[in-house]
Design a protein around this ligand. Structure first.
Ligand code: SF4
Length: 256
């Protein structure tokens, strides 16, 4: 329970605002199309308007179901597998529109991505797993390693000399303790290759908001816990991660 509070928090309000705004826009569009239909427009225009109304009607249903399921998550109510799948699918579908509409409301992209990651984590944490450590993959970006470190650890993490100056040291400790996989990827292509080779049952991904969401959209069939890294020196250099969160994620997958 404490872990769920650490990996997630209840700040989905901006997401609700965006979803309600999308709903209003779609309803307005539907109203406009109905007006076109009621005028003496030509036959093809009427067919086109009817088709658009049908599509928009589906969008309205999806938006309403998303708002309801997020509300359920918000209040930690029981959620069926069916509802979880709906919300995962809908978030993927609406993500690009959410970014655009969020901009109109002055909501930063990274804030929307953060909420997306939090909702994703809530959905993953609502499930029980009980898998072995070897079925877990911890995937991190290269920027976790100190920029002054001369050791090449992307191909073999055991090239790390365990000086303790970056979190690679602690992640190797967790790898050995729980017998999980730990890989450092220099980009999306390498990350995808590693996932294919290891074929994990779950992934603990550590990265910035942008990379995490692109990864979540990529990896559809494997549950992914998304942990946002800290960037005290700016993006892509000397980043770090909350090791306690990573360990608790491992324990959740192994024990619960
Ligand atoms: S722990 Fe030390 S040796 Fe290992 S990667 Fe980090 S800086 Fe390099």
């Amino acid at each position: 329970m404490i872990f769920k509070k650490q990996l997630t928090n209840k700040n989905e309000k901006p997401l609700f605002i965006i979803l309600i705004a999308m709903l209003i826009i779609v309803l307005l569009l539907m109203g406009l199309l109905v007006m076109i239909l009621n005028q003496n427009s030509i036959f093809y225009a009427r067919i086109l308007a009817t088709s658009f109304i049908a599509v928009l009607f589906v969008v309205v249903i999806l938006l309403i179901s998303t708002v309801i399921t997020i509300g359920q998550l918000w209040y930690n109510n029981h959620m069926s597998i069916y509802s979880k799948r709906i919300i995962q699918l809908n978030l993927r579908i609406f993500y690009p529109a959410m970014i655009v509409i969020g901009k109109v409301f002055g909501i930063m992209k990274d804030d929307i991505r953060k909420i997306y990651a939090e909702l994703n984590n809530k959905l993953i944490l609502a499930d029980k797993y009980g898998i072995k450590g070897e079925d877990i993959l911890i995937l991190t970006p290269h920027c976790l390693q100190k920029s002054f470190c001369p050791h090449k650890i992307t191909h073999d993490i055991y090239n790390c000399k365990r000086c303790g100056k970056c979190d690679v040291d602690q992640l190797i400790y967790l790898k050995d303790k729980y017998n999980v996989h730990f890989k450092i990827a220099t980009g999306g292509t390498l990350a995808r290759k590693m996932i294919k080779e290891i074929n994990p049952k779950v992934i603990i991904a550590i990265a910035c908001e942008r990379d995490l969401i692109s990864g979540l959209q990529d990896v559809k069939k494997i549950p992914v816990i998304a942990i946002i890294n800290n960037r005290p020196e700016g993006p892509c250099i000397n980043t770090n991660v909350n090791i306690i969160e990573v360990e608790k994620a491992i324990k959740h997958f192994i024990k619960e």
